[in-house]
Design a protein around this ligand. Structure first.
Ligand code: ATP
Length: 409
């Protein structure tokens, strides 16, 4: 019988995995078991209290969770929802969860459609939710039918809830859950946002559209990050991680704010770099190189993931910065540049006020720095914005959007 060793393998690929034992444990979307979750007992308890009624088919308390990126908001929401689903089964209650990224689904219709598609089991319900072609009202009708057919309680987790274009969807979801004429099932909403120190108008509007409890997730300290990483160290083969690898990763990830996502990404990238360099151990050097790579990837992802409108605004500031490096520009000037770009892109122009809001959202994400100053009594405020990255790098990333690349800027 031929063994693997006898077969000529294609030399283009690698067949050994000397560094990782199970790299999937370091995937951001991986949902670790409860015993691998560190330092969030109190928060988990609060989410559990809010969702507890769902186990008995009753309406949960709606929740808003705030906290900076990588503080475990999605993890705790998903993990507790899953535990509720499991416990409810013992009571013969069907709890189903839909996780929606409002950064991608920003409109009422697309949120409703996506919740419908996530909860639907088309073979059981016989209901289809087409990607396009239905009006918002029809998507709602189908969603209520799906919720009725597939669950006693639907938990809808809305990640990046501040990206929602309006709050109608929140109001309708929360009212439907209370109104037996719309659906026999109940609905619990968890809204997640990382805009904790950025109270903007949208946030206030969204926040006031239904009754809810609020929870704040603080950043992790370096010790907690070490524990989080230690709990995933079995992603690596025995003895592969040098003694410094985890403490250094945790320290680097704690520098800005204690961000578990960054810590996990750095450790994973360090492992990948060690693999690529055919080293036997993940060393300090790999961790430093991984930090650089993680930050560059994240910046690209941040811009690439932004809606085209936001990219057009960023392009406007980039073009201005190219002519006057490191300068600050008032909103009005960026707005004029943006309008000309929007025209070339054949895109509707947003209002100056909305552009100002988007500039400040980017500010939160460390791409742009915005400073607001009073102009003097009765003369209003004046905001100036500065691009923090090199214009060349920003343009390179923006040009990955084919519509923007076609401008040839
Ligand atoms: N307390 C924790 N214990 C173990 N792993 C954690 C913990 N907190 C976060 N993580 C891990 O860190 C990564 C980021 O966490 P999560 O996505 O929950 O953060 P977040 O606060 O929702 O961030 P964002 O606002 O960027 O979406 C995930 O892979 C998650 O599993």
């Amino acid at each position: 019988m031929a063994t693997d060793d006898d077969v000529d393998r294609d030399p283009l690929f690698r067949y050994d995995e000397p560094i990782f034992a199970d790299e999937d444990l370091l995937r951001i979307s991986h949902l670790p078991g409860p015993n691998r979750i560190v330092g969030r007992d109190e928060h988990m308890q609060k989410v559990a209290e809010a969702l507890n009624p769902a186990i008995f088919g009753q309406e949960p308390t709606h929740l808003f969770i705030f906290g900076k990126t990588g503080t475990g908001k999605s993890l705790i929401s998903r993990s507790v929802s899953k535990r509720v689903e499991n416990e409810a089964r013992h009571e013969d209650v069907d709890v189903e969860t839909a996780f929606i990224d409002c950064g991608e689904q920003t409109t009422e219709a697309s949120v409703i459609k996506t919740v419908g598609r996530e909860l639907n089991e088309p073979n059981e319900t016989g209901i289809s939710v087409p990607q396009r072609g239905l009006g918002t009202g029809d998507y709602y009708d189908r969603l209520w039918q799906i919720i009725d057919a597939c669950s006693d309680v639907a938990i809808v987790i809305l990640d990046e809830i501040d990206m929602l274009e309006d709050d109608e969807v929140l109001r309708k979801l929360s009212r439907a859950g209370e109104n037996r004429r719309v659906t026999d099932s109940t609905i619990g909403i968890i809204g997640i946002s990382n805009k904790i120190d950025f109270p903007d108008e949208l946030n206030e509007r969204v926040k006031s559209s239904f009754a809810h409890d609020e929870l704040v997730f603080p950043p992790y300290d370096a010790h907690q990050l070490v524990d989080i990483l230690q709990n995933r160290a079995d992603a690596f083969r025995d003895g592969v991680l040098s003694d410094d690898a985890i403490p250094l990763t945790a320290a680097l990830a704690a520098q800005e704010h204690g961000d578990a996502r960054k810590a996990i990404d750095i450790l994973r990238n360090a492992g990948r770099i060690a693999t690529k360099e055919e080293d036997e151990e993940v060393t300090e050097e790999h961790v430093y190189a991984a930090k650089e790579k993680t930050e560059a990837d994240r910046f690209a992802e941040l811009i690439e993931g932004a809606p085209t409108q936001a990219k057009a605004i960023l392009l406007a500031l980039t073009v201005l910065t190219e002519n006057k490096p490191r300068d600050q520009f008032p909103t009005q000037q960026i707005y004029r540049q943006y309008q000309s770009i929007a025209r070339k892109l054949d895109m509707d122009s947003l209002s100056e006020r909305r552009v100002q809001e988007i500039l400040q959202e980017q500010d939160f994400l460390n791409v742009i720095n915005s400073e607001t100053k009073g102009r003097g009594r009765g003369r209003g405020v004046h905001t100036k914005h500065r691009l923090l990255e090199e214009p060349e790098i920003v343009k390179k990333v923006l040009n990955r959007d084919s519509r923007i690349a076609d401008l040839g800027v």
